[in-house]
Design a protein around this ligand. Structure first.
Ligand code: SAM
Length: 382
């Protein structure tokens, strides 16, 4: 089979490139495009022979795109315009401009690509940008399928619910029956998928603050009984791997990842704490290691101490004793390598020496789960 020519837009640190490699589809990335200097350094470090264009997408002309003669586009446009936390500027957000530019340009290419895969946050599915994408696909005769998938569907102990769209142009068509509904998880007939637990109630995202108020009393650590039960249920799912399979050896330099006393005192009750034996973790975002609340789980590295015993009487203690108690848990951040492992990056993926830990968390938080995308590429090509 001839090698497919792939264009990787918004390439970041190359999550899509790794997914393509993992899919075993005979293909070559003919160009990767991104404007972020740090992400580009990391991409170049890992894929030195891939042509990387350090420019804005909207700065490229129709002729520039035509010259690349690509058969497939893999892309993760900026997600801030569509996140619930962001202002949801959607198509009016300047960060959506390049995406609208692609939608305008695609029908005018001298050879339209046969395959398109797009990744974005949950929230994109209700945006005007999504409607514009679907309109363009229909006008250009593509068949397509939308998904909402979390890595938990593949037995990976990490929630990262994301929107995906895969599209094909005749003569190519999908082997499975496409639907106008968004599919949650992988279609049941996908043989490459090991398990599908994403749709089980146990893996639903945590309730919001207001839901929390409605659903009951907080028993410890600002968690309701329901939240605790949900987490315990997740830990009972044997089809999901344990976090310990993704951890690095506990070495001396792990101390740099311990949560500082101030952070412990202020935020311990708000943090999502997991153990090596846990089968769950919350989504790691770009603020991980810096902002505490809602940016990703932290690891209890001393497992001999029972978490409940530490938290139960915490508010009755002086600040000093409180800290003493919390320190017993040896709470630490996951290292960037561990997050890369959880996100499916292969061992050969590394960071150039001068990239700081904070920068590493940032680019990983912006990236994607390689295994999920690789399964989708396989599904798109079958
Ligand atoms: C969600 S991240 C993509 C992450 C990527 N899939 C990965 O695995 O790291 C979006 C990327 O788009 C880049 N970007 C945003 N606007 C751009 C534009 N107008 N032209 C080129 N790149 C852009 C950002 O620098 C960022 O790296």
């Amino acid at each position: 089979m001839e090698q497919l020519r792939v264009l990787e837009l918004y390439s970041g640190i190359g999550g899509m490139h790794y997914a393509l490699k993992e899919s075993s589809v005979p293909a070559e990335v003919v160009a990767a495009v991104d404007i972020n200097t740090t992400a580009n350094e990391i991409y170049k470090h890992n894929f030195p022979s891939t042509p990387l264009l350090p420019k804005t997408i909207e700065g490229m002309t129709l002729q520039d795109f035509d010259k690349l003669k690509f058969d497939m586009i893999l892309m993760s446009p900026p997600c801030q315009p569509f996140t619930r936390i962001g202002l949801q500027g959607d198509v009016t957000d300047p960060r959506t401009k390049s995406f609208l530019y692609i939608l305008d340009l695609l029908p005018r290419l001298s050879k339209r690509p046969c395959f398109i895969l797009l990744e974005n946050v949950k929230g994109f599915e209700t945006s005007a940008a999504r409607d514009a994408l679907v309109k363009m696909l229909k006008e250009c005769d593509y068949s397509f399928q939308e998904f909402l998938i979390s890595p938990t569907s593949l037995g990976i102990p990490n929630s990262r619910l994301r929107y995906f769209l895969i599209a094909k142009r005749p003569p190519e068509s999908f082997l499975f029956q496409t639907s106008t509904e968004i599919i949650e998880g992988f279609p049941k007939s996908t043989s490459s998928v090991t398990s599908d637990s994403s749709t089980l109630p146990n893996n639903e995202p945590a309730p919001s603050e207001s839901e929390r108020e409605k659903t009951g009393t907080i028993i410890f650590k600002l968690e309701t009984k329901q939240e605790l039960e949900r987490k315990r249920n997740q830990d009972r799912q044997e089809t999901v791997q344990r976090l310990q399979d993704f951890l690095e050896e506990e070495e001396e330099n792990m101390d740099q990842y311990l949560l500082p006393p101030k952070t412990l005192q202020r935020y311990a009750v708000l943090m999502d704490i997991v153990q090596p034996s846990s089968r769950r973790s919350v989504c790691f975002t770009k603020g991980y290691g810096h902002y505490v609340e809602g940016t990703g789980s932290v690891l209890q590295s001393c497992v001999d101490v029972e978490m409940e015993s530490v938290f139960k009487s915490l508010e009755l203690l002086s600040d000093e004793d409180k800290l003493k108690q919390l320190l017993r848990l040896k709470l630490r951040y996951f290292t960037p390598r561990e997050i890369a492992n959880i996100m499916g990056f292969p061992v050969e993926f590394t960071f150039p020496k001068h990239i700081s830990v904070k920068q590493q968390y940032r680019v990983l938080g912006n990236s994607l789960n390689v295994h999920v995308v690789s399964n989708l590429i396989r599904l798109m090509m079958s």
